[in-house]
Design a protein around this ligand. Structure first.
Ligand SMILES: Cc1ncc(COP(=O)(O)O)c(C=O)c1O
Length: 482
């Protein structure tokens, strides 16, 4: 970085001290190597389209029409001409379906002021209603008699990251306030807590039991924090897990809710990988569903960045609040204060809002885009699973490499049991990058049991790239550890 300026200025130390390894020194070195002409395979981020994943056609058809509405009428005219046989060389697939054209038109009518205007701060009402219907459908609200999701408690955000920041900014009032986070964790959480000057209260996941959550570990972490004078406000749960890929079952979720209820904690449920569950016998169960009529405050977040959508760049997300706490000494609820924060940001970006609307409103079975949508969706999820299986099989040929738990989310987080004396997982990942061009993140970036070493790899490159790089990784690994 250029530091040759005559100006010195003190800065916010909390930001100075914030860490975010997924974009840390290893990716920075990768960028240098890339500039030198080396081929780099960026597996440090869950950024599917950067590794060649194709966007779902249905989403992009609607996005492009809504951003440039005159095309809707033009496409309709062209379709009429085509039906008359006047447009040789084209076939029906070259035109958006009537379903897509109607959807684009309806969407714009509901947006009222169009895509280029600010919207309501919490997101347009009709989108929040669509999100609420999606949540009820997903959780089978009718079947299990759940309270209905309330659009008034939903915020459309610039990705899940913004939603998480809203909640953590609100929870941490002073330096003695703390939030429990899993270790290993996705470093958004440690960074958000650090930025607010709060206390990160770690609870460990049990690696050899498939990264399970353990009530005893939760209790001891909470007790130790309280002993130190920390006012613990909430517990973060990432399900399916990043970086671990672990998928929680209903029983564990119930235990977390009971733990939070007994100890006066709110729950932050990060459910951005809810579609990234691959084992037939381990379906996704939401916190909202298990919460039922319990009064524990729940903040759940979702995103357009993951799943089979992978639309990271469009920055769509939502926050749903259940049982919003009252604000002490003020006649307000938490929701009022999230709205205040959203209002200061004016509104989330309208393309991300549209992406979120599409995520929660897939084409119904009788609609023209349904078939293609379903095929594309299935292919992306099947590919992800197959690629995870390929990489896991590669670990079997690496000495002292142990990978626990099921495959979920977009990552594998194997343990490096045989690093040479004096080397740590950072050295290993840097070496792997220099040797193979593969960018991974060392375990320390997520937190890990002291004395252990890991790395996280996103299983996103194409099969061909994995087939090519895996043997080189195996060779590098065995030479490195032996
Ligand atoms: C667990 C988890 N939560 C949140 C995010 C951020 O998602 P978004 O792109 O919606 O901000 C990520 C991104 O990788 C993630 O892994």
């Amino acid at each position: 970085m250029n530091v040759n300026t005559p100006w010195d200025m003190s800065v916010n130390r909390r930001i100075l001290e914030m860490e975010y390894a997924v974009r840390g020194p290893i990716p920075q070195r990768a960028a240098e190597l890339k500039k030198q002409g080396r081929r780099i395979i960026p597996c440090n981020l869950g950024n599917p389209q950067a590794l060649g994943q194709q966007p779902i056609s249905f989403y992009r058809e609607v996005l492009s029409l809504v951003e440039h509405p005159v095309r809707i009428a033009r496409e309709r005219r062209l379709k009429t001409l085509f039906n008359g046989g006047a447009l040789g060389g084209m076939d029906a697939d070259d035109f958006p379906s009537d379903y897509v054209l109607d959807l684009g038109e309806r969407y714009l009518a509901q947006m009222e002021t169009g895509m280029g205007a600010y919207s309501d701060s919490s997101g347009p009402q009709f989108i929040r209603e669509a999100v609420a219907r999606y949540i009820d459908r997903r959780d089978g609200a009718d079947d299990v008699h759940l309270p209905r999701s309330d659009p008034g408690q939903i915020f459309i955000t610039n990705g899940a990251s913004e939603a998480v920041r809203y909640v953590i900014d609100l929870l941490i009032g002073d330096e003695s306030d703390g939030v429990m986070i899993p270790i290993p964790q996705y470093p958004l959480y440690s960074a958000a807590i650090k930025r607010c000057g709060g206390v990160q209260v770690d609870y460990f996941l049990d690696e050899e039991s498939g990264w399970a959550m353990d009530r005893t570990l939760l209790e001891s972490s909470l007790a130790a924090a309280r002993e130190r004078g920390v006012a613990v406000k909430a517990i973060v749960v990432i399900n399916p897990g990043n970086p671990t890929g672990a998928v929680l079952n209903e029983e564990t979720i119930g235990e977390v809710i009971a733990f939070a209820g007994e100890n006066g904690l709110a729950i932050i449920a990060d459910e951005v990988y809810q579609e990234n569950v691959y084992d037939a016998d381990a379906g996704f169960v939401s916190f909202a569903r298990v919460l039922g009529r319990s009064d524990v405050p729940l903040f759940s977040v979702h995103s357009t960045s993951k799943g089979f959508y992978g639309e990271c760049g469009h920055r769509g997300g939502y926050l749903e609040i259940r049982n919003a706490p009252r604000v002490k000494d003020a006649n307000l609820s938490f929701t009022d204060l999230v709205l205040k924060q959203a209002s200061v940001n004016i509104c989330s970006n309208t393309v991300g809002q549209l992406m979120m609307y599409l995520l929660v409103s897939p084409p119904p079975e009788n609609a023209e885009p349904y078939r293609r949508f379903t095929i594309e969706r299935r292919k992306i999820l099947d590919d992800l699973h197959d690629k995870a299986v390929m990489i896991r099989a590669g670990f079997d040929h690496m000495d002292g490499m142990a990978c626990f738990g099921r495959t979920g989310a977009m990552y594998l987080f194997p343990r490096l049991d045989r690093l040479p004396e004096g080397k740590d997982d950072f050295d290993y990942c840097m070496g792997l990058l220099e040797e193979t061009g593969l960018v991974t993140v060392n375990g320390e970036g997520f937190g890990q049991e002291p004395g252990t070493s890991h790395l996280r790899i996103a299983f996103l490159p194409s099969r061909e790239v994995i087939e090519e790089v895996l043997p080189r990784w195996i060779d590098f690994h065995n030479a490195y550890v032996n």
